[in-house]
Write a protein that binds this ligand. Structure first.
Ligand SMILES: OC[C@@H]1[C@@H](O)[C@H](O)[C@@H](O)c2nc(CNc3ccccc3)cn21
Length: 467
């Protein structure tokens, strides 16, 4: 990969390339509330969050950050941050209450208000079509395990493209299809809460078909660039013996999306493994890879933390910091690395490794956006009304420096979206885990810019990271 030179740093700061896109991200179910407002149909997360035992503390997204009503406050906060773009997602059941056919005009009206407000504020709308909140009526028809969903999603994409395509600056078809398939259908920690590897591997393939149909539908209805967002993993073997296992884990999470999209096949490393490879499970039909491989304008990458993996000791006993993950494998929490409130490791160099070792060899000159990166900490408001989230600031600075390093290595990273603009509904963790640059008091819905938000705003304004 050619090393790209531009005056990227001076003695006291790391300067990002001119035109680098700074943003912040959210998702519909996590911030909107208005769960049944103005004709919105139920989503699988409405169902899941109201199912006892599924979400911490019994939390749900009925109100969330009340952005259905307070989107103007959110836009004002985006302006305060000075970001060039806001990554939001559309609630499919707010636009199509049953996921097929009838369109809810009031649902379109809401997103028109938000998108018009962003455009008026000079902030580019980066719109994710699907961020996990499937219409419940489609789940009742099999959800992502039903191959017909590829057509249902294509229809939804066409509606969105025709309604908003004249003002959207970039489209993301899916957010993290791996989580949708494997956390929703394999381990069941997320909606729809299914634990069935066969359905998970089917969903893996149908999500890609749906993605391909959405690319075509958006191309027909909007001039804006189109991409997909993948949560790619960095698996670090702690011994040479664990290297093969690490490669399999990366194939199971990265390869099952990167390879079909960019290489027209599933990972050879998974050949014969019907529980992870849709090809081995018999889901691939003639013409599928032509649909899935629709050329993209960019790749979105979500990344938070690396994983360390090793082999179980001969005595079969996991050591301190080791968790058994298979007959002879363990995941490892290395000593000495900070961990966030989500128990995720803080190791900024891993995002540079992800971009240089895993992404760039596949995407080449294709633009890459970090569509999510951030951290959760035990934030609180001090007596003098501040949130001094120093750990989040350290995480942010470390990861931006590493992204800067990847750019210097020649990876064409064109933008960075902080996760998240707001503290919000953190899926199965409910409101207990805060990722926002803005603190939300859920009792009053008051928003308060954290110290990290102030620091991010200064980085954005300078297009540089002070050393
Ligand atoms: O958990 C933080 C965010 C979440 O709020 C976003 O909606 C979602 O896009 C997101 N993805 C990840 C990374 N991947 C992941 C892996 C397993 C379960 C959940 C998320 C983190 N996050």
């Amino acid at each position: 990969m050619p090393r790209r030179y531009f005056p990227m740093s001076t003695d006291d700061q790391l300067r990002f390339p001119d035109g680098f896109l700074w943003g912040a991200a959210t998702a519909a179910y996590q911030i909107e509330g208005g769960a049944d407002a103005e004709g919105k149909g139920p989503s699988i997360w409405d169902t899941f969050s109201h199912t006892p035992g599924k979400v911490f503390h019994g939390d749900n997204g009925d109100v969330a950050c009340d952005s259905f009503h307070r989107y103007g406050e959110d836009i004002a906060l985006l302006k305060r941050l000075g970001v060039g773009s806001y990554r939001l997602s559309l609630s499919w059941p707010r636009i199509q209450p049953t996921g097929r056919g009838e369109v809810n005009a009031k649902g379109l009206d809401y997103y028109n208000r938000v998108i018009d407000g962003l455009v008026e504020a000079g902030i580019e709308p980066s719109v994710t079509l699907y961020h996990w909140d499937l219409p419940q009526a489609l789940q009742d028809a099999g959800g992502w395990a039903n191959r017909d969903i590829a057509d249902w999603f294509g229809e939804f994409a066409a509606i969105a493209g025709e309604a908003f395509g004249d003002r959207v600056s970039r489209w993301i078809t899916l957010n993290e299809p791996w989580v949708v398939a494997h956390v929703g259908y394999r381990d069941g920690r997320h909606a729809p809460g299914i634990q069935d590897p066969a359905l998970a591997v089917a969903a893996n393939h149908h999500l890609l078909l749906a993605h391909g149909n959405a690319v075509s539908a958006l191309r027909a209805s909007s001039a804006a660039p189109v991409g997909i967002t993948l949560n790619l993993t960095v698996e670090r073997p702690v011994t040479p013996e664990a290297a093969a296992h690490a490669a399999v884990l990366e194939a199971r999470q990265n390869g099952v999306y990167l390879d079909p999209i960019f290489h027209g096949r599933y990972p050879e490393l998974l050949d014969g493994d019907a529980s992870f490879s849709p090809a081995a499970a018999g889901h691939v039909r003639d013409g599928d890879f032509e649909i899935i491989g629709a050329p993209l304008d960019f790749l979105g990458v979500n990344f938070y933390a690396p994983h360390y993996v090793g082999m179980l000791h001969a005595d079969g006993e996991p050591r301190r910091g080791e968790t058994v993950t298979g007959p002879d494998t363990v995941s490892i929490q290395p000593d000495g690395l900070p961990i966030t409130a989500m128990n995720w490791l803080v190791e900024p160099g891993s995002i540079r490794e992800l971009l240089t070792r895993i992404v760039a060899p596949v995407t080449g000159a294709l633009p890459v956006y970090i569509t999510e990166n951030g951290s959760s900490w035990h934030d609180y408001v001090t007596q003098d009304g501040q949130v001094n989230d120093l750990e989040r600031i350290a995480y942010l600075r470390g990861h931006l420096a590493a992204v800067h390093g990847a750019i210097a290595d020649g990876v064409p990273v064109k933008g960075y979206f902080a996760w998240s603009l707001l503290d919000n509904f953190e899926w199965a963790e409910g409101y207990a885990k805060r990722f926002g640059l803005v603190y939300v008091d859920f009792a009053t819905q008051e928003r308060l810019l954290k110290r990290s938000g102030e620091v991010y705003a200064s980085i954005v304004a300078a297009n540089a990271l002070p050393k």
